[in-house]
Design a protein around this ligand. Sequence first.
Ligand code: ZN
Length: 169
Amino acid sequence: MATTKTLCPFCESPFVTRVPPASLMDTLATLISLHPFQCEACKKRFRIKQQGGQSSSGQDQRRKSLRVPVQIPVTFESNEVSGEGMLTDMSLYGCTLDTKQNLRSGLVIKLNLPASTAGKPNSTPQQLATVMGVNGNRVGLKFLAYSFQERDALTQTVTKSVKIFARDK
Ligand SMILES: [Zn+2]
């Protein structure tokens, strides 16, 4: 099956969400298969032509945030353990960490992402995350962001990360 990846036409972020029509023009546009979208990274709205979108197996695929396959070397620390690993996929809300360290569910860790993903030069972006589940070496993490500013910074970091470190198939 063909999965067409939708990218933001302004910043090329893969994190775009289909949104309800906000104007009469939006509504009219959907009649010719142009659907309104909003980019999570730059917040711009745009329309994308999507044919036969409603006929696809009746499931709502846009509800869950897109997970992008990546390969990002990271280190992490917590009050119990620290170590290193590899992020293997990433969404705006969490990621999968591949590591040999033993982490337990509920543990809060600080992830040190590569400097190239930072908004500012020569700073290491750190992100708090909590361990949601462990399956062998694979650890499911949920990003923690408490304020609008933190959520916004997280969106920028994730968007930048997946652009630099996306695995191609
Ligand atoms: Zn954008």
